[in-house]
Design a protein around this ligand. Structure first.
Ligand code: ADP
Ligand code: MG
Length: 492
């Protein structure tokens, strides 16, 4: 047996012992404890049940090591990791029986509190940091707000969408200010309450700090504590890219449709042209024969001449039609578009129609040559420039601009006039064959459909921009490295 002094030291040692020691009876009542814990003094806890004091339970913990000590009468050590997962789990690690000769008098429990709490704190810190990282690095904007709408949480993606830094938003901005519509936040709350606190793929616009509206698909939820609403959390998915892609797809579909339409119209035109060509040849031939072989009165000759003139015009139209429908043999060479434009302009400038038209050349100096059939290209420029001059009725400004759009490997040619412009309902038809607004005899309506075909052949794109009263601009984009040419290549 230890002496009194030894006992005294042992007691003091227990007091300073870093690990806490609890002595309980076999019915879990605390008999003694070293040091104080949970803010309670020793005398307050002695006599109470250990599970109440440690874990606030009204019954012994599941898998309690003391329980096992009682059963087997030997020390028990628990090393399960799950000990630290929550306060309600038993976190007593070591239990030792104190036995008299016959009975187990008490049980000593070691490592029940300090390691547990330390572990829990560490666990908590870790999981907090993990959660924070998770939220911060989420692809969607995550914004949480309290019941009054004050922002509590604002991740990086939310900053990108809204333009506010986390510090500007948290505690400073109300969630109501995030949306473009004044009542959007109220509407969202109402919808959330209608749907058991959940909202999925709700379309709404968020206002960026600079005022730009950003289309969003919002998933949101009310956070409850018990039955009480304490906060809301929203996942903001930026829809700009998706909308842009949808528009792009629609545009491509329209272009495809247009190309399809042009191709079938081309075939139709070729068929009609061939059908007309033969009888037309007959009309011209017999009209000429009549003039030469009969001694006709002057008036009859005049009538026949009229027939010949009109038949000739028909024949010209048919030629243009065939040109339009033909898959031409192409003569592809590297050509400089600035030179091609200059030549076409030079040819046209001297015509009376152009005398009162101011021509502005804005040519890029670093325009690369592109593989093209120069005959077709000249035809293309000629048609567009003639249309512009006709639209301006010989008076106005013609601007011809060339640029190298390095990013997408295209060269851009813009031909703009200061004419009357084209109303929307006309604009959507100008590339169709036979579409003309000019009076009979003045326009065939084939010019722009030829232009369209030529641009297509070169793997390019053509668009017209116009508003009534604001002139018209044609934008032609031709690739520097066309992947393929339509039509047959001339190998000569
Ligand atoms: P055409 O010149 O024989 O009428 P096009 O195919 O060349 O046939 O042009 C079709 C139509 O497009 C024209 O009739 C005209 O209405 C419209 N158009 C073309 N270019 C212009 C322009 N620069 N300004 C106004 N309208 C234009
Ligand atoms: Mg024309």
């Amino acid at each position: 047996m230890p002496t009194d002094t030894e006992k005294e030291y042992l007691i003091r040692a227990l007091e300073v012992f870093k690990r806490k020691i609890l002595v309980i009876s076999t019915d879990f009542s605390i008999l003694a404890v070293n040091g104080h814990f949970n803010g309670m003094q020793e005398k307050e806890i002695v006599g109470a049940k250990c599970y109440e004091v440690l874990y606030n339970l009204s019954f012994p913990c599941e898998g309690c090591p003391a329980e096992e000590v009682k059963l087997i009468g030997k020390p028990v050590a628990i090393s399960r990791q799950t000990q630290y997962t929550g306060l309600k789990n038993p976190s007593c690690k070591y239990s030792y029986p104190i036995c008299s000769e016959k009975n187990m008098e008490a049980i000593v429990i070691l490592d029940f509190e300090i390691p547990t709490l330390e572990g829990l704190e560490e666990q908590l810190r870790y999981s907090n940091a993990f959660l924070k990282n998770l939220i911060l690095s989420a692809v969607d904007g995550i914004i949480a707000a309290d019941r009054q709408g004050k922002i509590l949480m604002f991740n990086e993606a939310a900053s990108e969408i809204c333009g506010y830094h986390e510090n500007e938003a948290v505690n400073h901005i109300n969630i109501r200010e995030i949306y473009t519509e004044k009542d959007a936040a109220y509407d969202i709350m109402a919808k959330l309450r209608e749907n058991n606190g959940k909202l999925e793929a709700y379309k709404v616009d968020v206002r960026h700090k600079d005022g730009t509206p950003i289309p969003i698909s919002l998933n949101a939820a009310i956070i409850y504590e018990g039955k009480e609403e304490v906060a809301t959390i929203g996942f903001f998915h930026d829809m700009r890219e998706k909308i842009r892609m949808k528009k792009e797809l629609e545009k491509t579909q329209i272009q495809l449709l247009q190309a399809e339409k042009m191709a079938s119209l081309g075939k139709l035109a070729a068929g009609v042209a061939h059908q007309i060509n033969n009888p037309l040849g007959g009309i011209i031939l017999f009209a000429k024969l009549m003039m030469e072989e009969y001694d006709l009165p002057e008036t009859a000759i005049e009538d026949l001449q009229r027939i010949l003139r009109d038949a000739q015009r028909c024949s010209d139209t048919v030629k243009e039609l065939l040109e339009f429908a033909r898959q031409p043999r192409q003569n592809i060479r590297l050509n400089d578009m600035n030179t091609a434009l200059s030549r076409t302009l030079f040819l046209l400038e001297n015509q009376t129609l152009f005398h009162n038209i101011e021509i502005i050349k804005d040519f890029s100096e670093d325009l690369p040559g592109i593989p093209a059939d120069i005959r077709q290209i000249n035809h293309l420029f000629m048609n567009i420039i003639l249309n512009a001059a006709e639209a301006m009725e010989g008076k106005g400004k013609l601007t011809v601009k060339t640029r190298f759009c390095a990013g997408n490997e295209f060269i851009c040619i813009e031909i703009a006039d200061t004419g009357p412009g084209i109303p929307d309902e006309v604009l959507s038809h100008i590339f169709e064959p036979f579409f003309t607004t000019k009076e009979a005899g003045k326009g065939t309506g084939l010019g722009l459909s030829l232009v369209y075909g030529i641009v297509e052949n070169h793997g390019g794109r053509i668009t017209a921009r116009s508003k009534p009263g604001e002139g018209t601009a044609f934008l032609i984009e031709l690739p520097v490295n066309p992947k393929h040419f339509k039509g047959e290549k001339d190998e000569r």
